[in-house]
Write a protein that binds this ligand. Structure first.
Ligand code: SF4
Ligand code: SF4
Length: 186
């Protein structure tokens, strides 16, 4: 059903267009003075990046691929997240993994490649919902920037390390898999 939009009759003052401009400037000036006279903590302006606005509990930010205590990846390359992803931005390549891992039992598969195209991701959280291993989380980081499109293709180790600094945990690098016995890291 259509909506009838009422025509607004402009007064002669409105027709000069000076009065509405003056009103707009007055509002801007009012907010400017309010900001100047308010203490920094109470100001509505966020002095980013020194200050950051807290995000809500349900906020879905940058992904993290979770690890076990021994830093081995939790993901078992089941492809559930890739199937659930509406943006089709997750690419997984699985490999056989038959070594006995004391924490995981016998894991049969793990991702040799796990990549998310962050340029296509819509942060819907479906991958997290679909994961049977609780291996992928969308956490609070919203600071995503890059200088090229390639930098937004996050790989397995990028995703395992996205919150390493914040959590104070060790960064997992590809080389470290060779330092670990039983080829448990990947
Ligand atoms: S958040 Fe949504 S769009 Fe992004 S990778 Fe997960 S399922 Fe795909
Ligand atoms: S992140 Fe979870 S859903 Fe995706 S492949 Fe790994 S285990 Fe499966």
């Amino acid at each position: 059903m259509g909506v009838v939009v009422k025509k607004v009759d402009l007064t002669w003052l409105d027709r000069t267009y000076l009065w509405p401009v003056a009103k707009g400037l007055f509002i801007t000036l009012k907010h400017f003075l309010r900001q100047i006279l308010t203490t920094t903590k109470k100001r509505q302006t966020v002095q980013y990046p020194e200050m950051k606005r807290p995000v809500s509990d349900g906020y879905r930010g940058l992904h993290e691929l979770k690890r076990h205590e021994d830093n081995s990846i939790k993901c078992v390359a089941c492809f559930m997240c890739a199937e659930a992803c509406p943006a089709r931005c997750i690419t997984i390549d699985a490999e056989e993994f038959g070594d006995l891992n004391t924490l995981q039992g016998i894991a049969e598969k793990r991702p040799v490649l796990f990549q998310i195209d962050m340029l296509r991701c819509i942060f819907c959280g479906m991958c997290q919902e679909a994961c049977p291993k609780d291996a992928i989380w969308l956490r609070k980081n919203y600071e995503l920037s890059c200088k090229s499109r390639d930098e937004m293709q996050l790989g397995k180790f990028d995703l395992m390390n996205t919150y390493a600094e914040e959590d104070g945990s060790e960064r997992v690098v590809p080389e470290s898999m060779f330092k670990t016995s039983n080829n448990q890291l990947s």
